[in-house]
Design a protein around this ligand. Structure first.
Ligand code: NDP
Length: 286
């Protein structure tokens, strides 16, 4: 079976066009434009490149974007003060603190200092709790993007065995809960999992979110499986996923490439969350 490529760039574009229309409608009704404010501490090149992608995404759909860049030596209390100001700033609908932060600043404390109504990354414990309870919330962008990618490409989730490799708070854990919500039977694997290959072979849907180039090989993939590759690994000038793409695509029924798979969906869901935040704040919150 030759793999069928799920084009995240095209799916993201379709969704962005809808978001653009909704942003225009929002403007017509409220005479204001949704706004995302991004805070970066320091000047890490990878972070700056991710921020550039977010800025371009905002521009394409007509969402206002502002970058507040603080020096590397910024204190935790100074960052919290800035977030406090943005929490009550009527013009800012979404607040995103670019991670990772310098080691002297607690990421948990910073995430918790953002009001849940403006937490467009969906990392605040209140949003995580609401997601697990199945209550309306901001969903973390990458897992949300994966679910949208599956749905928009008419891939059925219900009743399927889904195997997730990776259990981080930003990808592995939330995608597992979202797949469960869609009625998949979910297995979560991690670095201590025994017989990883056997577990992966059970997956009708296999999500790789590990951060190790090409670690998912063709002998680990069930014939006809849907393979979602979240990994972004820079090796020299090139980007690799966590999946050995060239070989796995011969076994898989569907597969996402890197780049051009999950990545474009992640930014698109950030735009959707920012629009949702603007609408919510206009009507008084969750
Ligand atoms: P983390 O490093 O936070 O988590 C990696 C997970 O993989 C951990 O749960 C770890 O297990 C598990 N793991 C590590 N080694 C193995 C192994 N040999 N076998 C099984 N499991 C293993 O990474 P993230 O979740 O933040 O990111 C994962 C990848 O996705 C990265 O490449 C990242 O760049 C990419 N990414 C892409 C995004 C996109 O938009 N496309 C967005 C976010 C991330 P344990 O918990 O036991 O340590």
């Amino acid at each position: 079976v030759s793999g069928k490529i799920i084009n995240g760039t095209i799916t993201a574009k379709t969704i962005r066009n809808k978001i653009k229309e909704e942003v225009e409608e929002f403007y017509k009704k409220n005479n204001k434009v949704p706004k995302l404010t991004v805070i970066l501490v320091g000047n890490d090149p990878a972070s700056l490149s991710y921020i550039k992608g977010k800025k371009n995404g905002c521009k394409k759909v007509g969402i206002d974007f502002e970058l507040l860049q603080l020096p590397e030596e910024t204190k935790e209390s100074e960052l919290i003060n800035l977030i406090d100001k943005l929490n009550s700033d009527k013009n800012t609908n979404g607040i995103l603190v670019q991670l990772p932060l310098p080691k002297d600043i607690s990421e948990d404390k910073i995430i918790e200092s953002i009001v849940p109504e403006k937490d467009v990354d969906g990392f605040h414990p209140v949003n995580i709790g609401r997601m697990i309870a199945g209550i309306d919330s901001f969903l973390p962008c990458t897992p949300y993007g994966i679910i949208k990618l599956l749905k928009e490409n008419n891939i059925n989730i219900e009743g399927k065995n889904a195997v997730v490799v990776g259990r981080s708070n930003i990808v592995g854990k939330p995608i597992s809960f979202l797949l469960l919500k869609e009625n998949a039977t979910v297995t979560i694997c991690h670095s201590k999992t025994k017989d990883l290959k056997e577990k992966c072979l059970q997956g009708d849907i296999l999500v790789a979110a590990v951060g190790k180039p090409k670690m998912i090989t063709d002998d680990m993939v069930k014939d006809g499986a849907v393979v979602i590759d979240v990994g972004i690994n820079r090796v020299g000038e090139k980007l690799y996923g966590d999946v050995d793409y060239e070989k796995v695509k011969e076994v898989a029924g569907f597969i996402t490439p890197v780049p051009g798979g999950v990545g474009p969906m992640t930014i698109t869901m950030l735009l959707e969350n920012t629009l949702k935040a603007a609408k919510l704040q206009n009507t008084g919150g969750f």
